[in-house]
Design a binder for this molecule. Structure first.
Ligand SMILES: [Zn+2]
Ligand SMILES: [Zn+2]
Length: 575
């Protein structure tokens, strides 16, 4: 494959040594470092090493397969198939699974070993594993429910209190409509915010306070519409500022002038106008080629405290990792992960962690898990292969208990079988996902139409579009927060874009009044999508610094209007 300087170095074409992807047939690269990592990750069972083969699918398609296994944001009402209680679940009621309320699922009221099966050497592994995995009951949500308080409508989240529609989020209080929040208080409509308080519409921000519409900012307060600012206070429509106070459009103003401008943002019309103006203004300032803090030898974007990370995105604390996305706690010697944390030697996994060691092809396995091969929803388990829904087990295969000796012998034979069927070392196939393509997280990153999805033989779920069908009549959200009263919490509103019905909750009104901003007129799903669109994609391009011509690998596509500079030139360009 030809490599030109401006070509996408996104996963499918990092240097294009010419492996044709088994899914999309694009050439992709398997690097020497990939092979070394795979050798190091190859499991040893009963004294014998079972080498992991090089991937046959390009990194992008591997990411697609992992993303398809989870549904974060689409929640449904249904009943618990064990207790009959009403509950909220990420699994829609039309799906063919038994779904238990978490309190029931984690209890001893059912036994996952009852679903045990003999492995059949005349059939492929994944067909049999799908049958088993789909027959075993599933927990309704993926939350640390024991530590949560008043958080029924949250998912892939834990240790939260009084939160509503927050996802991929931990240790927050009184937060709403957000994705990837950590340690935040009184925030709404944020995306990847850490330790922020009283913030709304803030994206990739750390330790910000009482602010709206900030992006890539740290330690800023009482501000609005800032990009790449650090330590700023009472600033509006500014970019690339350091430790400034009372600035509007990167110019010094008086406190009275600032207050006058800020007061205008209580009206939706003024806020929209300000947003449109800021979208143009921020392009006048150079952008650093990467979003990263404390990084060394990394290729990727949105990385914090990471060393030797290759093609990694949206992660913190990575050490010797490749193709890792949304790592949330330290990860070491890992490859091809989605949303994992606190683990070592993990390969082809999604949502595994909290002391996870040596896992291959696993999905949703957490808390003291080690030496698992192709397991789903297993907790506190070691040395298991092709199991689902197990807790506190060792030496199980297809949910059947074996002795160590019998486990080692059968596991070895199964790997040899999978080597013959070309399944060994592959990710969990798309067909194993419990979710329709359109309701799983994959639709946010690799959107496809219903026709495309069905043409590829994947599942499309009709449910997300139907679930908020409401006959109306619908009310209008007031334009100005000054004219908004508690009555707004009684109305039902319709999103003009998604047509979904939504309500305004009291806490949301309180926060909007405190921050002096109008209430939203679109649904959470649309706002979430718009915030995502403001972030850079998980793709990389080779470009040169606009000032010194040094080569950089960046997630800013060459056709984008921003001026992209290297680390050194950026340091000279901030004020
Ligand atoms: Zn491909
Ligand atoms: Zn430069």
């Amino acid at each position: 494959m030809q490599q030109t300087p401006n070509q996408s170095t996104s996963a499918s074409s990092v240097s294009g040594t010419g492996h044709a992807c088994a899914h999309c047939s694009q050439a992709f690269d398997v690097t020497e470092e990939d092979l070394q990592m795979l050798d190091a990750l190859s499991p040893i069972i009963g004294g014998k090493k079972y080498p992991l083969p090089p991937p046959t699918i390009c990194p992008e398609e591997r990411e697609r397969m992992r993303l398809a296994q989870t549904n974060h944001i689409n929640l449904y009402e249904r009943t618990c198939d064990l207790s009959g209680e009403k509950m909220i679940s990420s699994i829609s009621p039309d799906k063919p699974f038994k779904v238990y309320k978490q309190e029931q699922w984690y209890s001893d009221r059912w036994d996952p070993l009852e679903y045990g099966k003999e492995f059949d050497f005349s059939r492929p592994f994944f067909d049999q594993f799908k049958e088993l995995s789909w027959s075993v009951p599933k927990p309704a949500l993926f939350t640390a429910f024991q530590y949560d308080e008043n958080c029924a409508y949250t998912n892939n989240a834990g240790k939260n209190k009084n939160c509503y529609l927050i996802f991929d989020s931990d240790e927050n209080r009184d937060c709403y409509y957000s994705y990837s929040l950590n340690g935040c208080v009184d925030c709404s409509d944020c995306y990847r915010a850490r330790k922020c308080t009283l913030c709304c519409e803030c994206i990739d921000c750390v330790q910000c306070y009482e602010s709206i519409y900030l992006q890539d900012c740290e330690n800023c307060s009482n501000s609005a519409f800032l990009k790449n600012c650090i330590g700023c206070k009472n600033c509006l429509m500014c970019s690339n500022l350091r430790n400034k106070e009372y600035y509007v459009e990167n110019k010094k103003v008086t406190p009275e002038q600032f207050a006058e401008y800020r007061a205008l943002l209580g009206s939706r019309k003024s806020l929209q106008r300000a947003g449109e103006r800021f979208a143009k203004l921020k392009l006048e300032y150079p952008q650093k080629y990467i979003h990263g803090v404390q990084i060394e030898n990394v290729v990727g974007d949105y990385l914090v405290n990471s060393k030797n990370a290759y093609m990694c995105f949206d992660s913190e604390d990575l050490w010797d990792c490749r193709y890792v996305y949304q790592g949330f706690m330290p990860l070491k010697n890992c490859m091809d992960l989605q949303e994992c944390g606190e683990g070592e030697r993990l390969y082809n996994c999604s949502v595994v962690g909290y002391n996870a060691n040596s896992l291959i092809g696993c999905d949703q396995c957490l808390q003291q898990v080690s030496d698992l091969l192709y397991c789903t929803h297993c907790f506190h388990c070691t040395n298991c292969f092709g199991c689902s829904g197990l807790r506190n087990r060792k030496y199980c295969i297809f949910n059947k208990q074996y002795t160590k000796e019998a486990y080692d012998a059968l596991a070895g034979k199964m790997i040899e079988h999978m080597q013959k069927t070309n399944e060994w070392g592959q990710c969990l196939p798309m067909e194993m996902s419990m979710f329709g393509y359109n309701e799983s997280t994959v639709q946010e990153y690799f959107p496809l139409t219903k026709q495309d999805v069905e043409a590829r033989g994947w599942m499309w779920s009709p449910v997300p579009e139907q679930k908020d069908a409401h006959p109306g009549p619908f009310s209008n959200v007031p334009d100005d927060i000054g004219d908004t009263t508690e009555a707004v919490c009684k109305g039902i509103y319709q999103c003009p874009v998604t047509k979904k019905a939504f309500k305004i909750v009291e806490q949301e009104l309180e926060l909007a009044q405190k921050l002096h901003i109008p209430l939203p007129v679109t649904s959470f799903f649309q706002r979430h999508k718009e915030r995502m669109a403001l972030r850079n994609p998980r793709k990389l391009w080779k470009r040169t610094c606009s000032k010194c011509s040094k080569e950089v690998i960046t997630s800013y596509a060459p056709e984008r209007p921003e001026e992209i500079v290297c680390e050194e030139c950026y340091a000279k360009a901030v004020y």
